[in-house]
Design a protein around this ligand. Structure first.
Ligand code: AMP
Length: 395
């Protein structure tokens, strides 16, 4: 359990709100306001309750103050979303920040400059944390996407001030907790994407929790090869064949069902619209590569989804950036979205490529929760404690 805004008395208080404004700025204008819209309810709620909202965020990876990575363009963009004025201070600590905070009245909103202009942010330097904390009475984190970072404005400050989850953070944490900690079973996970090597911890943690593990994408090739199928020129991590065998043995010992592709769409070149054919997984030619799951695999995965109650999904089934090798991902996404819309299944998906694939499939909006937090979502799937969440826990 973690503390939420329900328990915070913000009236008349200086409330430091950590948000993630890290979206592209083009020609001095914020290109995409989705992230601002996501945190707007938290900002409005605190301001409407008479709190002084002081926004903290990083932006890019500056090596010190850098006008190109200033948060200044965000103040008008946030103001446009909130439909109320937003002030800006060109530092996040020190005299200029303090002067801007001192000028605030209850209900005002102020955006401070990029926290990463100071090296103490990423180092979680206690002196920098103390300077940030001096500007507020209460800390609210509404940025799940940075919760895996033990940085000053994410973690350090939460030890200095009473710390609460913002509404967006709360929604995301509640959805994620529901699916892995107390899921409605059967629980299935789809793990796709390029490589086994980047998802070993994730596979290990999911194996302990799920009833059914569905493996797709390039990583399925390593499992197929481990089982003795020849995968031709496919992406395959031969050094991980013993690991893949070990994972399958563990799954069997734990009574988990592992679903691998039974057929594949294969091509001779890794390119959009490369001539392709459908092949059973035991008849891939030596000059061919697997770029997507085939129609029988799609049917099989969809039939598995029809008998589960909860689904966690990370990673596409194929090289979805290249048409037509996006079909497996699109069709399974559509099936999962339909089952969700019909109230038959809870679906949680996340990770950069997965979100892109579900958006391209037009399915993201019908999933129960699509987490745009790349690194934080993966670490959560790996079962790792997230510093930015741990500091909000009720102890
Ligand atoms: P990840 O970031 O690990 O989720 O991997 C996503 C990437 O995996 C995407 O860029 C896909 O193109 C790639 N991918 C998925 N399936 C395959 C495949 N069969 N062969 C090569 N790349 C793949």
């Amino acid at each position: 359990m973690f503390r939420t805004l329900d328990e915070a008395d913000v009236r008349g208080k200086r409330v430091l709100v950590r948000v993630d404004l890290n979206v592209p700025v083009e020609n001095g204008k914020v290109a995409d306001t989705t992230r601002i819209e996501r945190v707007a309810p938290t900002i409005r709620e605190i301001a409407d309750k008479g709190g002084k909202v002081i926004l903290l965020s990083h932006f890019g990876r500056p090596k010190g103050p850098d006008p190109k990575q200033s948060l200044k363009p965000f103040a008008p963009a946030i103001a446009a979303v909130l439909k109320r004025p937003v002030a800006f201070a060109d530092d996040c600590i020190g005299e200029r920040a303090a002067a801007a905070v001192n000028a605030m009245k209850p209900g005002d909103v102020l955006c401070l400059e990029n926290t990463r202009f100071h090296p103490g942010e990423e180092r979680n330097d206690p002196a920098f944390v103390a300077q940030l904390a001096a500007l507020g009475d209460i800390f609210v984190n509404d940025a799940f996407s940075v919760a895996h970072r033990a940085h000053a404005s994410v973690e350090g400050i939460g030890h200095r001030l009473p710390a609460y989850a913002g509404r967006t953070m709360q929604d995301e944490l509640e959805a994620l907790t529901k699916v892995l900690q107390s899921p409605i079973r059967p629980l299935a996970a789809i793990v796709g994407g390029a490589k086994v090597s980047t998802k070993l911890d994730l596979l290990g943690n999911l194996l302990a929790k799920v009833d059914i593990l569905i493996i797709g994408g390039g990583m399925a090739n390593t499992f197929l090869a481990a089982r003795g199928n020849s995968v031709g020129k496919s992406l395959c991590e031969r050094d991980l064949l013993p690991t893949a065998r070990e994972i399958m043995a563990q799954a069997k010992a734990k009574g988990r069902e592992v679903v691998l592709p039974v057929d594949a769409v294969v091509a001779k070149t890794f390119a959009a619209n490369a001539p392709s054919r459908v092949a059973a997984v035991d008849s891939v030619g030596s000059d061919e590569m697997i770029l997507d799951i085939g129609p029988r695999s799609i049917d099989h995965v969809c039939s598995v989804l029809a008998r589960v109650k909860t689904l966690v999904w990370n990673g596409p089934f194929g090289a979805f950036e290249l048409e037509p090798f996006d079909i497996g991902t699109i069709e399974v996404a559509e099936a999962a979205a339909e089952l969700t819309a019909a109230g038959k299944i809870i679906t949680v998906a996340g990770g950069g490529d997965t979100v892109a694939a579900l958006n391209a499939a037009g399915a993201a909006g019908r999933f129960t929760c699509v987490s745009t937090a790349g690194g934080a979502f993966l670490e959560w799937l790996e079962g790792k404690p997230l510093p930015g969440v741990e500091v909000l826990r009720i102890r």
